[in-house]
Write a protein that binds this ligand. Sequence first.
Ligand code: ATP
Ligand code: MG
Ligand code: FE
Length: 337
Amino acid sequence: QLILGIETSCDETAVAIVKNGKEIIANVVASQIESHKRFGGVVPEIASRHHVEQMTLVIEEAFRQAEIEIQDVDAIAVTEGPGLVGALLIGVNAAKALAFAHDIPLVSVHHIAGHIYANRLVTEMDFPLLSLVVSGGHTEIVYMKEHGHFEVIGETRDDAAGEAYDKVARVLNLPYPGGPHIDRLAHEGTPEIDLPRAWLEPNSYDFSFSGLKSAVINTVHNAEQRGEVIAPETLAASFQASVIEVLVTKAVQAAKEYKVKQVLLAGGVAANKGLRAKLTEAFSELEDVQLVIPPLSLCTDNAAMIAAAGSILFEKGKRADLTLNGNPGLDISIHND
Ligand code: ATP
Ligand code: MG
Ligand code: FE
């Protein structure tokens, strides 16, 4: 089975071809970071225009890498949402055009289902499982009793983890996207500043990062008023320690309560070295639970993950038709039977 995946929800134009849902035979990502950097974030209009310019080139490159032809493809999987509507539409329309022209089945995929299925490109999924999703727009814990079934057991009530990273990075005058820069700085400093941890109610798997973000901003401003400068390494390390402690603690608690076989890390913030290390440490003590962490290139946005999720949905008989539209507010439960 060969699935063509197309992903354009944000600022990566990505096309991939995945065999049997597990094996990458082509994975092309055209990043637009350089174009958005000077604005300090993604500019939707610019993102859409880049997707239009890149789409056919990226599709051609994927087929060149895979050494197959469009007729060999069993289904086309495309990100329906969530994301920027203008950006989503470029991928959705490319997928529909190819599906229509070559009479190939079309499958729509929720972007976060894709992030979770990046893990199937690493190892076989073993149910029940939990996924800790930490990305630019989402921070949630998702329970899966079987393939293609997603239950959100906790989610952020305000900012996503990646969003908090990017906002704190701006305060520290670091370039967009700030996550990797904070991660690097954090390893050069020590977490000396006591910043808040938002535990919320006991037994809640929800998250909140806006208070932490405000605490960082206040710490910087108060220091400025006293004519002091806090080393950015110290701030980065303190901020990162707070984020990671909450993420790891809640993931471990949820894994125990739900008695899962696996915990899958997913989303752009899964590229964080500190988070990867602390999770590995914590789960090494839980013998019955296997922690899976994708390689960095599969954590941030890509189309291999969309093809991997699409593969399972295709096998389950899920199909989209030519009325498919980009849906910025799509809910992950649309995949559930
Ligand atoms: P979503 O997946 O929720 O729709 P998105 O697709 O924009 O959002 P991703 O591409 O999954 O988000 O992840 C991008 C986010 O990951 C950015 O906020 C970025 O700062 C963050 N990120 C990337 N690498 C790291 C890192 N090493 N440490 C922390 N954050 C990181
Ligand atoms: Mg991105
Ligand atoms: Fe993403």
